[in-house]
Design a protein around this ligand. Structure first.
Ligand code: CO
Length: 302
C-alpha cells in the first residue's frame, strides 16, 4: 500500500491507539481488488463464447470443445456464453439457462476472477464476434486483464491451417470422385472476405474442394456452376461452422427444395451431408485451442 503515511510523524498529543485506528480505517478504504502494484495473481478463468445452438443433437460439438479446453487447461475454471439472444431465449423456454456475454462476465467478476481469457468459437471475426463479444468485453470494466482469443479464421496463417485441417479431416471421408463442399454462414460484414480467402487456399491444395455461403460470397450458385464445369456428380457437404445446428440441418441438408442438398440434386449432383460441426473434429478443435493458448499466455504479461 503506497499511501501508508510512514514518514509522517505521529502527532505528539495523539494516542497511539487512535493513530492505529486511523491507519486501519485508511487501509480499508483502499480498493479490495488487487491494483497495479499488487503482486501478479488472482483468479484466472476461461470464457468460451459461441453463437449457440438450440438443436440438442448439435450440442455434442460444444461438449467436445468443453472437454478439450478442460484437458488443455487443467485447474482453470471454464465457463460458456452464447451470443445469440434468440437461441438463449429458445433454450430458456426449455428450462436450459445459458449466459449471454455480459451475464457471464458479471458472474465471473462476482466469483472473484481477475484475469480472463475469452475464446470465440466463431468461424470468422464478423458481426457476432465484434459486436456481441469484443465490444461487450471491452466495455466491461473490473478485470485486471482480459485477453480475447480470435475466431477460427483470423490471420493468413489461420487460413492455410484451416485449409489443411479441413482436407486432412474430410478428405478421407470422401468416396472416389466426390467433391468436398463446405457451407459457411456468410455475412454482409466485411469479414465475409475470409470465405473467398479460404477458397483460394483450398484450391491450391485440392481443385475439388469448394466453399459456399448461405448469406454471402461465394454463393451456392457459384459452387454449383464450378461443380458442373468440372463434371462432378457427387459431393460431400460439410458445415463450415463450429456446430451442425439449424443451418446445417435445414439450409444444407434439409428436404425442402431450396436446401443445398436439393439444389445440388436438381442439377444432377448427389450430395451426402455431414451432420457434425467442426468442433467435433480434433484437428479443427486444435486450431481454436491454439488461439486460446495464446490468449491464456497473454494473461501473464502486463
Ligand atoms: Co444464421
Amino acid at each position: 500500500m503506497r499511501f501508508v503515511p510512514r514518514r509522517r510523524p505521529v502527532p505528539s498529543g495523539l494516542p497511539l491507539a487512535l493513530f492505529l485506528a486511523l491507519f486501519l480505517a485508511l487501509s480499508c478504504a483502499a480498493p479490495a481488488r488487487a491494483g497495479h502494484d499488487a503482486p501478479a495473481g488472482g483468479k484466472a478463468a476461461i470464457l468460451v463464447v459461441a453463437f449457440g445452438t438450440s438443436v440438442p443433437e448439435a450440442r455434442k460439438a460444444f461438449d467436445d470443445m468443453d472437454a478439450a479446453v478442460r484437458q488443455a487447461f487443467p485447474g482453470m475454471a471454464v465457463h460458456w456464453a452464447f451470443t445469440s439472444n434468440i437461441i438463449r431465449e429458445k433454450l430458456a423456454a426449455q428450462g436450459q439457462v445459458t449466459d449471454s456475454v455480459p451475464a457471464a462476465l458479471a458472474r465471473l467478476l462476482d466469483a472473484g476472477v481477475t484475469r480472463l481469457a475469452v475464446q470465440s468459437l466463431h468461424a470468422i471475426p464478423g458481426e457476432e464476434f465484434h459486436e456481441k463479444l469484443v465490444r461487450t468485453v471491452r466495455g466491461f470494466g473490473g478485470f485486471d486483464k482480459v485477453v480475447i482469443g480470435q475466431p477460427l479464421m483470423s490471420t493468413d496463417e489461420d487460413m492455410a491451417a484451416v485449409a489443411d485441417a479441413l482436407l486432412s479431416t474430410f478428405g478421407p471421408l470422401r468416396a472416389g470422385g466426390e467433391a468436398l463442399v463446405f457451407m459457411g454462414h456468410g455475412t454482409h460484414h466485411p469479414a465475409n472476405i475470409y470465405y473467398p480467402g479460404l477458397q483460394w487456399y483450398l484450391e491450391q491444395r485440392d481443385p475439388l474442394a469448394l466453399v459456399g455461403t448461405v448469406e454471402g460470397t461465394p454463393s451456392l450458385e457459384w459452387v454449383v456452376a464450378r461443380l458442373a464445369e468440372k463434371g462432378v456428380s457427387r459431393a460431400l457437404l460439410v458445415p463450415l461452422m463450429s456446430v451442425a445446428g439449424d443451418h446445417a440441418r435445414n439450409d444444407m441438408a434439409g428436404d425442402e427444395d431450396d436446401s443445398w442438398k436439393s439444389v445440388l440434386a436438381a442439377r444432377g449432383i448427389a450430395a451426402r451431408p455431414v451432420l457434425q460441426g467442426l468442433a467435433e473434429f480434433a484437428p479443427l478443435r486444435e486450431l481454436w485451442l491454439e488461439h486460446l493458448r495464446r490468449a491464456v499466455a497473454g494473461l501473464d504479461g502486463k
